[in-house]
Design a binder for this molecule. Structure first.
Ligand code: G2I
Length: 440
C-alpha cells in the first residue's frame, strides 16, 4: 500500500500487506532474553530455527531423536501465529559423524528415516521445509558438491529426499535452499535452475527455492530480481531465506526487498538473526537491529520498502465472497428432485505463471435444504492444491474433496454457496473440470 496513512508499523505487518511474511532466524537459547524475545515477537511473523532442526541437533546418535529446543521455537511461533520454516533435513554440514561412516545402502535408509522422523514430529506445523540444503558446488562447475550423500548415493539423492519428504507431509512446501545462486549467470545458479526445471518436468515434488542471500556490503547482484522471476516461472515459490548484508547499508536492503516484491511468487523474506549481537557474522553487523536492539537505518528502509508493496502474491486470506443471489430457475428446468440434492460447478477466476485460483459453486438443486455437502474431483497430480477457503480439504481414495465448513453447510433449495482454492502448477488450469457433489 503506497503512502504513509495506512503504513504498517512492524516488519511482519508491512510484509503481510502484500501477502508475504517477514521472518527471522532465532536460537532457542536466546528466547529467555526479554529484549530478544520481545523484538522478535513484535516485529516478525515467521521464524526459522537457526540450528535446532539440523541433523546434529535432532538425531545426534542414530535412531535417537531430540526435539526439545526446536519444539521451544515452534511453540513460541505458534503462540504468535507465525509461519515456521523447517531448516534443514539433508545437508552436508552439522552432520553427526556417524552419518558419514555408513555404507551406501545404510546411508540411504538413515536419510529416509531421518526425513521421516523429523517431518512426522513437526507435521502440520511447518510452512516450508528446506529439504535439501547447499548441494551444489561453488565456482564454475555447476555440479553437485561432494558430500557423504553425493559421494555414496549419487545425484539421485536430492530427488529421493524430495519424494520421501512429500510422502511424509504432503501439506508442507518442499524447498531447495542454497547460497550464491542469486546472480543469474553464475554456473551455480544455472545448475540449480536446471535441476528445478528437470524436477518440474518429471513431476518430482518441489514447491520452492530458497535464496539464502548472504550479501557483501554492495548488496544483491544487479540481476537478482531476474533470477527470482526466472525460477518462479518454473512453477515454484521463491523465498529469501537467510538475508544479511555486511554493514547493513539501507540502500542494499531496500534493493533486496524490492527484488522480492517485484515477483508475485516471492512469498517471503527471512533475515538470518534478530540482532547483530548474535549474528553468525556479527563482526559484519549485517542485521536490522543493533546489539542493543536499536532499529538501524536498514530497518526503516526495509519497513518502508515493504509498505510500498509490490507485485501481489496470491491471496493468503480467504477472499470474502459477495453473497450469491439465487439465480431464478428458468422455466425449462425439470422440476427438482425431491429431498436434498447438490451440484457443483467449477470456474477459473485467476491464473498466473505457476498457479491458479478456482471458484466452485455448490448449488442446492433438490426440494429440501442441504445440511452438509462434499464436492469431489480428480485433481491432476502435478497441480497441488495449496490453499482452500470456505471449505475443508480432504481426500477420498485418489479424489480430492472439499467439505462444507461450520458456517456454509446449510443451503436452501435453489440457493448456492461458493468455495475457492489455489493450486500450484506449471500448467494452465483446465478450463472445465468435472466435479460431483454429495449431501453428506
Ligand atoms: O553459515 C551460515 C548459514 C549458511 N546457510 C545454512 C545455515 O544453516 C547457516 O547457519 C549457520 C548458523 O547461523 C550458525 O549458528 O550455521 C552454522 C554452522 O554451519 C552455525 O554455527 C554453529 C557453530 O559452527 C557451532 O560451533 C555451534 O555449536 O552454531 C552452533 C550452535 O550455536
Amino acid at each position: 500500500m503506497a503512502g504513509t496513512a495506512h503504513a504498517a508499523g512492524t516488519l511482519g505487518a508491512a510484509a503481510a500487506s502484500s501477502g508475504r511474511y517477514f521472518g527471522a532466524a532465532v536460537a532457542a537459547s536466546h528466547l529467555g532474553e526479554s529484549a530478544y524475545a520481545s523484538t522478535f515477537d513484535t516485529e516478525f511473523n515467521a521464524v526459522t530455527p537457526e540450528n535446532e532442526m539440523k541433523w546434529d541437533a535432532t538425531e545426534p546418535s542414530r535412531g535417537s531423536f531430540s526435539f526439545g529446543s526446536a519444539d521451544q521455537i515452534v511453540s513460541n511461533a505458534q503462540a504468535h501465529g507465525m509461519k515456521i520454516r523447517g531448516h534443514t533435513l539433508v545437508w552436508h554440514s552439522q552432520l553427526p559423524s556417524w552419518v558419514g561412516n555408513l555404507s551406501a545402502s545404510d546411508l540411504q535408509s538413515a536419510m529416509d528415516n531421518h526425513i521421516t522422523q523429523v517431518m512426522t514430529h513437526f507435521k502440520g506445523k511447518i510452512y516450508a521445509w528446506d529439504v535439501v540444503n547447499e548441494a551444489f558446488a561453488d565456482g564454475a562447475s555447476g555440479q553437485h558438491r561432494s558430500s557423504p550423500f553425493q559421494d555414496k548415493l549419487g545425484n539421485g539423492f536430492i530427488e529421493h529426499a524430495f519424494r520421501t519428504a512429500r510422502s511424509v507431509d504432503p501439506d508442507a512446501k518442499l524447498c531447495y535452499n542454497d547460497y550464491n545462486i542469486e546472480n543469474w549467470t553464475d554456473a551455480k545458479t544455472q545448475g540449480v535452475y536446471n535441476m528445478v526445471k528437470d524436477f518440474k518436468s518429471r513431476g518430482v515434488p518441489i514447491d520452492c527455492v530458497g535464496f539464502q542471500s548472504h550479501f557483501g556490503s554492495s548488496g544483491p547482484p544487479a540481476g537478482f530480481a531476474t533470477t527470482l522471476a526466472n525460477f518462479a516461472s518454473l512453477g515454484v515459490d521463491v523465498q529469501l531465506t537467510e538475508l544479511d548484508i555486511a554493514q547493513a547499508p539501507a540502500s542494499a536492503y531496500t534493493s533486496t526487498v524490492q527484488a522480492c516484491l517485484s515477483v508475485a511468487r516471492c512469498t517471503g523474506i527471512t533475515v538470518w538473526g534478530v540482532t547483530d549481537k548474535y549474528s553468525w557474522r556479527s563482526g559484519d553487523t549485517p542485521l536490522l537491529f543493533d546489539g542493543n536492539y536499536g532499529k538501524k537505518a536498514a530497518y526503516t528502509a526495509v519497513l518502508n520498502a515493504l509498505n510500498a508493496g509490490g507485485a501481489t502474491t496470491p491471496p493468503t486470506t480467504p477472499p470474502t465472497s459477495p453473497p450469491t443471489t439465487p439465480p431464478t430457475t428458468p422455466p425449462t428446468t425439470p422440476p427438482p428432485t425431491s429431498g436434498p440434492v447438490c451440484a457443483a460447478s467449477y470456474a477459473v477466476t485467476n491464473s498466473w505463471a505457476g498457479g491458479y485460483q478456482i471458484e466452485v459453486t455448490v448449488k442446492s438443486t433438490g426440494t429440501a435444504a442441504l445440511s452438509a455437502w462434499t464436492v469431489l474431483w480428480n485433481q491432476p497430480a502435478d497441480q497441488t492444491v495449496s490453499q482452500m477457503w470456505n471449505a475443508v480439504q480432504g481426500t477420498n481414495g485418489s479424489l480430492t474433496t472439499a467439505h462444507n465448513t461450520s458456517y456454509n453447510g446449510s443451503v436452501a433449495p435453489g440457493a448456492s454457496t461458493t468455495f475457492g482454492y489455489l493450486a500450484n502448477s506449471a500448467d494452465a488450469p483446465a478450463s472445465t473440470l468435472p466435479m460431483s457433489c454429495t449431501i453428506s
